[in-house]
Design a protein around this ligand. Structure first.
Ligand code: PHE
Length: 340
Protein backbone atom coordinates (compact mmCIF):
# COMPACT_ATOMS: atom_id res chain seq x y z
CA UNK A 1 0.00 0.00 0.00
CA UNK A 2 2.65 2.46 1.14
CA UNK A 3 4.73 1.61 -1.90
CA UNK A 4 1.86 2.53 -4.17
CA UNK A 5 1.60 5.88 -2.38
CA UNK A 6 5.26 6.56 -3.08
CA UNK A 7 4.89 5.67 -6.74
CA UNK A 8 1.89 7.96 -7.10
CA UNK A 9 3.77 10.89 -5.60
CA UNK A 10 6.72 10.16 -7.88
CA UNK A 11 4.46 10.32 -10.95
CA UNK A 12 2.87 13.50 -9.63
CA UNK A 13 6.27 15.13 -9.24
CA UNK A 14 7.40 14.06 -12.69
CA UNK A 15 4.29 15.44 -14.34
CA UNK A 16 3.92 18.61 -12.21
CA UNK A 17 3.59 21.42 -14.70
CA UNK A 18 5.65 24.45 -13.73
CA UNK A 19 5.16 27.47 -15.94
CA UNK A 20 6.08 30.46 -13.80
CA UNK A 21 7.41 31.62 -10.45
CA UNK A 22 4.08 30.99 -8.81
CA UNK A 23 3.73 27.34 -9.85
CA UNK A 24 7.37 26.79 -8.98
CA UNK A 25 6.69 28.08 -5.46
CA UNK A 26 3.58 25.90 -5.14
CA UNK A 27 5.69 22.91 -6.13
CA UNK A 28 8.29 23.79 -3.51
CA UNK A 29 5.67 24.12 -0.75
CA UNK A 30 4.01 20.85 -1.66
CA UNK A 31 7.07 18.64 -1.94
CA UNK A 32 9.89 20.44 -0.16
CA UNK A 33 8.23 22.87 2.29
CA UNK A 34 7.91 22.43 6.04
CA UNK A 35 4.59 20.61 5.69
CA UNK A 36 5.39 18.71 2.51
CA UNK A 37 3.52 15.55 1.49
CA UNK A 38 6.60 13.38 1.77
CA UNK A 39 6.76 13.95 5.50
CA UNK A 40 3.89 11.52 6.18
CA UNK A 41 5.72 8.88 4.22
CA UNK A 42 8.86 9.44 6.31
CA UNK A 43 6.82 9.21 9.52
CA UNK A 44 5.33 5.93 8.33
CA UNK A 45 8.77 4.27 8.42
CA UNK A 46 8.19 3.28 12.05
CA UNK A 47 5.22 1.12 11.01
CA UNK A 48 7.11 -0.71 8.28
CA UNK A 49 8.38 -4.20 9.16
CA UNK A 50 12.10 -4.17 9.89
CA UNK A 51 13.10 -6.25 6.90
CA UNK A 52 11.41 -3.76 4.54
CA UNK A 53 12.55 -0.56 6.23
CA UNK A 54 15.69 -0.20 4.16
CA UNK A 55 13.96 -0.59 0.80
CA UNK A 56 11.12 1.69 1.86
CA UNK A 57 13.51 4.35 3.08
CA UNK A 58 15.49 4.23 -0.14
CA UNK A 59 12.32 4.66 -2.17
CA UNK A 60 11.17 7.79 -0.34
CA UNK A 61 14.66 9.26 -0.41
CA UNK A 62 14.76 8.74 -4.17
CA UNK A 63 11.45 10.57 -4.55
CA UNK A 64 12.63 13.39 -2.31
CA UNK A 65 15.76 13.69 -4.41
CA UNK A 66 13.65 13.79 -7.56
CA UNK A 67 11.65 16.72 -6.15
CA UNK A 68 14.83 18.53 -5.12
CA UNK A 69 16.44 18.05 -8.52
CA UNK A 70 13.35 19.15 -10.41
CA UNK A 71 13.08 22.24 -8.24
CA UNK A 72 16.76 23.14 -8.55
CA UNK A 73 16.78 22.68 -12.31
CA UNK A 74 13.61 24.65 -12.91
CA UNK A 75 14.63 27.42 -10.57
CA UNK A 76 17.80 27.81 -12.59
CA UNK A 77 16.02 27.60 -15.92
CA UNK A 78 13.39 29.98 -14.75
CA UNK A 79 15.98 32.50 -13.64
CA UNK A 80 17.72 32.26 -16.97
CA UNK A 81 14.47 32.71 -18.85
CA UNK A 82 13.11 35.51 -16.72
CA UNK A 83 13.10 38.02 -19.49
CA UNK A 84 11.23 35.71 -21.78
CA UNK A 85 8.53 33.99 -19.75
CA UNK A 86 6.50 33.03 -22.76
CA UNK A 87 9.18 30.72 -24.02
CA UNK A 88 9.82 28.99 -20.76
CA UNK A 89 10.28 25.25 -21.31
CA UNK A 90 10.06 22.71 -18.54
CA UNK A 91 12.75 20.24 -19.57
CA UNK A 92 12.04 17.95 -16.64
CA UNK A 93 8.60 16.88 -17.92
CA UNK A 94 8.54 13.24 -18.99
CA UNK A 95 8.29 12.76 -22.75
CA UNK A 96 5.56 10.65 -24.28
CA UNK A 97 7.20 7.37 -25.29
CA UNK A 98 6.26 6.73 -28.88
CA UNK A 99 5.43 3.20 -29.92
CA UNK A 100 8.60 1.68 -31.20
CA UNK A 101 8.55 -0.72 -34.13
CA UNK A 102 9.12 -4.40 -33.45
CA UNK A 103 10.97 -6.95 -35.52
CA UNK A 104 8.79 -9.48 -37.27
CA UNK A 105 9.24 -13.06 -35.98
CA UNK A 106 10.46 -14.14 -39.44
CA UNK A 107 13.11 -11.41 -39.32
CA UNK A 108 14.19 -12.57 -35.87
CA UNK A 109 14.58 -16.18 -37.02
CA UNK A 110 16.37 -15.16 -40.22
CA UNK A 111 18.81 -12.97 -38.31
CA UNK A 112 19.47 -15.74 -35.82
CA UNK A 113 20.19 -18.29 -38.57
CA UNK A 114 22.44 -15.89 -40.50
CA UNK A 115 24.42 -15.23 -37.31
CA UNK A 116 24.72 -18.94 -36.51
CA UNK A 117 26.09 -19.77 -39.95
CA UNK A 118 28.25 -16.69 -40.35
CA UNK A 119 30.17 -17.94 -37.31
CA UNK A 120 31.28 -20.95 -39.35
CA UNK A 121 32.09 -19.04 -42.51
CA UNK A 122 28.84 -18.94 -44.50
CA UNK A 123 28.03 -15.85 -46.53
CA UNK A 124 24.53 -14.65 -47.37
CA UNK A 125 23.48 -15.13 -51.00
CA UNK A 126 20.30 -14.02 -52.70
CA UNK A 127 18.38 -14.92 -55.82
CA UNK A 128 15.29 -13.68 -57.64
CA UNK A 129 11.77 -14.55 -56.54
CA UNK A 130 10.58 -14.53 -60.15
CA UNK A 131 12.62 -17.32 -61.66
CA UNK A 132 12.99 -19.35 -64.82
CA UNK A 133 12.13 -23.02 -65.01
CA UNK A 134 15.84 -23.83 -65.37
CA UNK A 135 16.90 -22.43 -61.98
CA UNK A 136 13.82 -23.46 -60.06
CA UNK A 137 13.41 -26.96 -61.52
CA UNK A 138 15.43 -28.32 -64.42
CA UNK A 139 18.97 -27.59 -63.23
CA UNK A 140 17.96 -29.14 -59.89
CA UNK A 141 17.06 -32.39 -61.63
CA UNK A 142 13.31 -31.86 -61.25
CA UNK A 143 11.89 -33.56 -64.35
CA UNK A 144 9.23 -32.25 -66.68
CA UNK A 145 6.51 -34.45 -65.18
CA UNK A 146 7.38 -33.87 -61.51
CA UNK A 147 4.30 -33.25 -59.34
CA UNK A 148 5.89 -30.11 -57.86
CA UNK A 149 5.63 -28.51 -61.27
CA UNK A 150 1.94 -29.20 -61.44
CA UNK A 151 -0.23 -26.12 -61.93
CA UNK A 152 -1.53 -26.84 -58.45
CA UNK A 153 1.75 -26.07 -56.75
CA UNK A 154 3.53 -23.56 -58.90
CA UNK A 155 2.51 -20.02 -59.69
CA UNK A 156 3.33 -19.23 -63.32
CA UNK A 157 3.76 -15.69 -64.55
CA UNK A 158 1.13 -14.89 -67.17
CA UNK A 159 0.70 -18.50 -68.31
CA UNK A 160 4.33 -18.58 -69.48
CA UNK A 161 5.45 -22.07 -68.42
CA UNK A 162 9.05 -20.91 -68.33
CA UNK A 163 8.67 -18.17 -65.71
CA UNK A 164 7.61 -19.08 -62.20
CA UNK A 165 7.46 -17.65 -58.71
CA UNK A 166 10.17 -19.72 -57.06
CA UNK A 167 8.77 -22.65 -55.12
CA UNK A 168 11.88 -22.93 -52.91
CA UNK A 169 15.19 -21.16 -52.26
CA UNK A 170 17.10 -23.97 -54.02
CA UNK A 171 17.29 -21.77 -57.13
CA UNK A 172 20.02 -19.83 -55.30
CA UNK A 173 22.18 -23.00 -55.19
CA UNK A 174 22.25 -23.08 -58.98
CA UNK A 175 22.83 -19.35 -59.40
CA UNK A 176 25.74 -19.37 -56.96
CA UNK A 177 27.35 -22.52 -58.38
CA UNK A 178 27.12 -21.13 -61.89
CA UNK A 179 28.97 -17.98 -60.86
CA UNK A 180 31.43 -19.11 -58.24
CA UNK A 181 34.16 -21.70 -58.04
CA UNK A 182 34.34 -23.97 -55.01
CA UNK A 183 34.87 -23.73 -52.12
CA UNK A 184 31.31 -22.38 -51.83
CA UNK A 185 29.70 -21.78 -48.47
CA UNK A 186 26.45 -19.83 -48.62
CA UNK A 187 23.22 -19.28 -46.71
CA UNK A 188 20.29 -18.03 -48.77
CA UNK A 189 17.21 -16.77 -46.93
CA UNK A 190 14.24 -15.67 -48.99
CA UNK A 191 10.58 -15.62 -49.87
CA UNK A 192 9.00 -18.55 -51.68
CA UNK A 193 5.60 -19.25 -53.24
CA UNK A 194 3.38 -22.26 -53.72
CA UNK A 195 -0.17 -22.47 -54.91
CA UNK A 196 -1.46 -23.90 -51.65
CA UNK A 197 -4.85 -23.40 -50.06
CA UNK A 198 -4.34 -21.01 -47.18
CA UNK A 199 -5.02 -22.54 -43.76
CA UNK A 200 -3.65 -22.37 -40.22
CA UNK A 201 -0.77 -24.64 -41.30
CA UNK A 202 -0.08 -23.64 -44.91
CA UNK A 203 0.29 -20.45 -46.88
CA UNK A 204 0.96 -19.62 -50.51
CA UNK A 205 3.69 -17.13 -49.52
CA UNK A 206 6.33 -18.26 -47.07
CA UNK A 207 10.09 -18.15 -46.39
CA UNK A 208 12.93 -20.64 -46.52
CA UNK A 209 16.64 -20.67 -45.93
CA UNK A 210 18.98 -22.69 -48.05
CA UNK A 211 22.43 -23.82 -47.08
CA UNK A 212 25.06 -24.92 -49.59
CA UNK A 213 28.61 -26.13 -49.03
CA UNK A 214 30.75 -27.35 -51.94
CA UNK A 215 34.41 -28.28 -51.67
CA UNK A 216 36.81 -31.16 -52.16
CA UNK A 217 36.07 -34.07 -49.88
CA UNK A 218 32.81 -32.83 -48.31
CA UNK A 219 30.99 -35.85 -46.88
CA UNK A 220 27.75 -36.82 -45.20
CA UNK A 221 29.65 -36.64 -41.88
CA UNK A 222 30.23 -32.91 -42.52
CA UNK A 223 26.53 -32.47 -43.22
CA UNK A 224 25.57 -34.24 -40.03
CA UNK A 225 28.02 -32.24 -37.94
CA UNK A 226 26.81 -28.96 -39.45
CA UNK A 227 23.19 -29.85 -38.71
CA UNK A 228 24.09 -30.84 -35.16
CA UNK A 229 25.83 -27.48 -34.75
CA UNK A 230 22.72 -25.72 -36.08
CA UNK A 231 20.36 -27.64 -33.78
CA UNK A 232 22.48 -26.98 -30.69
CA UNK A 233 22.94 -23.29 -31.49
CA UNK A 234 19.19 -22.89 -32.00
CA UNK A 235 17.86 -25.03 -29.19
CA UNK A 236 20.71 -25.57 -26.72
CA UNK A 237 23.64 -27.96 -26.26
CA UNK A 238 21.45 -30.83 -25.02
CA UNK A 239 19.73 -31.06 -28.41
CA UNK A 240 20.20 -34.21 -30.48
CA UNK A 241 19.52 -34.70 -34.18
CA UNK A 242 18.23 -37.56 -36.29
CA UNK A 243 18.36 -37.95 -40.08
CA UNK A 244 15.54 -39.89 -41.72
CA UNK A 245 16.00 -41.16 -45.29
CA UNK A 246 13.97 -39.11 -47.75
CA UNK A 247 13.91 -38.04 -51.38
CA UNK A 248 14.71 -34.79 -53.16
CA UNK A 249 15.49 -34.72 -56.88
CA UNK A 250 18.64 -32.63 -56.32
CA UNK A 251 20.29 -34.52 -53.46
CA UNK A 252 21.50 -38.09 -53.13
CA UNK A 253 21.31 -39.43 -50.50
CA UNK A 254 18.55 -37.22 -49.06
CA UNK A 255 17.25 -36.91 -45.53
CA UNK A 256 14.74 -35.12 -43.33
CA UNK A 257 16.24 -33.45 -40.29
CA UNK A 258 14.60 -34.03 -36.91
CA UNK A 259 15.74 -32.40 -33.67
CA UNK A 260 15.01 -33.79 -30.22
CA UNK A 261 12.01 -31.89 -28.90
CA UNK A 262 13.19 -28.63 -27.34
CA UNK A 263 10.02 -28.37 -25.28
CA UNK A 264 9.98 -31.73 -23.49
CA UNK A 265 13.58 -32.78 -24.14
CA UNK A 266 12.40 -35.93 -25.90
CA UNK A 267 10.01 -37.41 -23.35
CA UNK A 268 6.92 -36.52 -25.40
CA UNK A 269 4.57 -33.52 -25.51
CA UNK A 270 1.97 -31.86 -27.72
CA UNK A 271 4.59 -29.93 -29.75
CA UNK A 272 6.41 -33.14 -30.83
CA UNK A 273 3.10 -35.04 -30.98
CA UNK A 274 4.46 -37.39 -28.31
CA UNK A 275 7.28 -38.67 -30.56
CA UNK A 276 10.15 -36.80 -28.87
CA UNK A 277 11.28 -35.43 -32.26
CA UNK A 278 10.41 -32.36 -34.33
CA UNK A 279 11.06 -32.15 -38.07
CA UNK A 280 12.78 -28.93 -39.12
CA UNK A 281 14.05 -29.31 -42.68
CA UNK A 282 15.34 -31.32 -45.64
CA UNK A 283 18.96 -32.03 -46.55
CA UNK A 284 21.28 -34.18 -48.59
CA UNK A 285 24.47 -34.52 -50.63
CA UNK A 286 24.25 -32.44 -53.78
CA UNK A 287 23.53 -34.76 -56.70
CA UNK A 288 26.56 -34.95 -59.07
CA UNK A 289 24.22 -34.16 -61.98
CA UNK A 290 23.34 -30.84 -60.34
CA UNK A 291 27.06 -30.01 -60.02
CA UNK A 292 27.57 -30.87 -63.69
CA UNK A 293 24.60 -28.67 -64.65
CA UNK A 294 26.56 -25.81 -63.09
CA UNK A 295 29.85 -26.82 -64.75
CA UNK A 296 31.39 -27.95 -61.49
CA UNK A 297 33.60 -31.06 -61.76
CA UNK A 298 31.69 -33.71 -59.82
CA UNK A 299 34.75 -35.99 -59.78
CA UNK A 300 36.67 -33.37 -57.84
CA UNK A 301 33.99 -31.70 -55.74
CA UNK A 302 31.19 -32.85 -53.49
CA UNK A 303 28.86 -30.91 -51.24
CA UNK A 304 25.71 -30.78 -49.22
CA UNK A 305 22.56 -28.68 -49.18
CA UNK A 306 19.97 -28.04 -46.54
CA UNK A 307 16.65 -26.19 -46.63
CA UNK A 308 14.12 -25.25 -44.02
CA UNK A 309 10.94 -23.22 -43.62
CA UNK A 310 11.20 -20.06 -41.53
CA UNK A 311 7.49 -19.83 -40.70
CA UNK A 312 7.64 -23.32 -39.27
CA UNK A 313 10.70 -22.44 -37.17
CA UNK A 314 9.10 -19.24 -35.90
CA UNK A 315 5.88 -21.09 -35.11
CA UNK A 316 7.76 -23.72 -33.12
CA UNK A 317 10.00 -21.27 -31.35
CA UNK A 318 7.38 -18.67 -30.43
CA UNK A 319 4.48 -21.18 -30.16
CA UNK A 320 2.42 -19.51 -32.87
CA UNK A 321 -0.49 -21.71 -33.86
CA UNK A 322 -1.63 -20.07 -37.09
CA UNK A 323 0.70 -19.30 -40.02
CA UNK A 324 -1.71 -16.63 -41.30
CA UNK A 325 -0.75 -14.38 -38.38
CA UNK A 326 2.66 -13.99 -40.01
CA UNK A 327 1.31 -12.04 -42.97
CA UNK A 328 -1.70 -10.24 -41.53
CA UNK A 329 0.38 -7.55 -39.80
CA UNK A 330 -1.98 -7.32 -36.87
CA UNK A 331 -0.28 -4.86 -34.56
CA UNK A 332 -1.33 -6.80 -31.45
CA UNK A 333 0.50 -9.85 -32.80
CA UNK A 334 3.64 -8.00 -33.92
CA UNK A 335 3.97 -6.04 -30.67
CA UNK A 336 4.64 -9.23 -28.75
CA UNK A 337 8.06 -9.59 -30.33
CA UNK A 338 9.26 -6.15 -29.26
CA UNK A 339 11.80 -7.37 -26.76
CA UNK A 340 12.63 -10.77 -28.17
N1 PHE B 1 14.07 -27.34 -51.54
C1 PHE B 1 13.56 -28.35 -50.64
C2 PHE B 1 12.10 -28.03 -50.36
O1 PHE B 1 11.66 -26.94 -50.59
C3 PHE B 1 14.33 -28.40 -49.35
C4 PHE B 1 15.75 -28.87 -49.53
C5 PHE B 1 16.79 -27.98 -49.71
C6 PHE B 1 16.05 -30.22 -49.48
C7 PHE B 1 18.09 -28.42 -49.84
C8 PHE B 1 17.33 -30.67 -49.60
C9 PHE B 1 18.35 -29.77 -49.78
O2 PHE B 1 11.36 -28.88 -49.87
Amino acid sequence: MQYEGIDNIKTEIENYLITDAETLEQFRIQYLGTKNVLKDLFTAIKDIPNENKKEYGQKINAVKQLAEEKFALLQLQFQNNKADKKHFVDTTLPVAIKNQGAKHPITLIREELVTIFSKIGYLVAEGPEIETDWYNFTALGIPEDHPAKDMQDTFYIQTNPDIVLRTHTSNVQIRVMENQNPPIRIIAPGRTYRNETISARAHCVFHQIELLYIDEGVSMADLKQTLLYLAQELFGTETQIRLRPSYFPFTEPSAELDVSCFICGGSGCAVCKYTGWVEIGGAGMVDPLVLENCKIDSEKYTGFAFGMGLERMAMLKYRINDIRLMSENDFRFLKQFENS
